[in-house]
Design a protein around this ligand. Structure first.
Ligand SMILES: [Zn+2]
Length: 183
């Protein structure tokens, strides 16, 4: 199991490929980043508002730490200055809460589906590997009650899904805890 995450970009499928310089379509990929995350429609809208960069509206947007964004596989870095001019917070809240993002989500969900499809081998491998860790841990501490610390964020949602499916136990105890700490 490789520990280092490296993501690549396929120009044909327009999707990041994890730890593989060849896409499932057969095309050679180019290196993108060691850290990559999806950019949800709300964030794309917010970033467009802050930067006026139309790239945020055109799809194929990914990001990595430190305000690095990738548009169609091309890297662009923003500075923290983009947050300096936020004066009308009411307008901003309205922009994010009251807009219909159905079309944007349709596009976003298509991008994520392609990502899952083109990385299915790697994702299945990760799921299999994690599932074994969960099963082994429960076996090792068989006299203890397994519980999930759940905040509702992306990490604990994935952990919850993995534990429930690995143990085939949908009624496993969840304890809500949110430290409000994020990286
Ligand atoms: Zn491809």
């Amino acid at each position: 199991m490789e520990d280092i995450l490296r993501t690549f970009w396929c120009d044909v499928c327009k999707v990041p490929i994890i730890n593989n310089n060849i896409c499932t379509c057969g095309k050679e990929t180019k290196f993108l980043s060691n850290d990559l995350r999806p950019v949800f429609p709300e964030e794309r809208k917010l970033m467009f508002y802050l930067t006026q960069d139309k790239n945020f509206l055109n799809g194929y947007v990914w990001a990595s730490k430190g305000l690095f964004y990738y548009f169609n596989g091309e890297q662009k870095k923003y500075s923290l200055d983009i947050f300096n001019n936020i004066s009308q917070t009411d307008l901003l809240i309205d922009l994010l809460q009251n807009q219909n993002l159905n079309e944007e989500y349709e596009l976003f969900n298509k991008e994520i589906s392609t990502f899952v499809k083109n990385n299915s081998l790697r994702l299945n491998e990760l799921q299999y590997y994690s599932s074994n860790i969960v099963k082994e841990s429960v076996k090792q501490y068989s006299s203890s009650l397994p519980i999930i610390s759940f905040s509702g964020g992306k990490d604990s949602t994935v952990a919850s899904h993995l534990v429930i499916t690995s143990l085939s136990n949908p009624s496993i105890l969840h304890i809500f805890g949110d430290q409000c700490v994020n990286n």
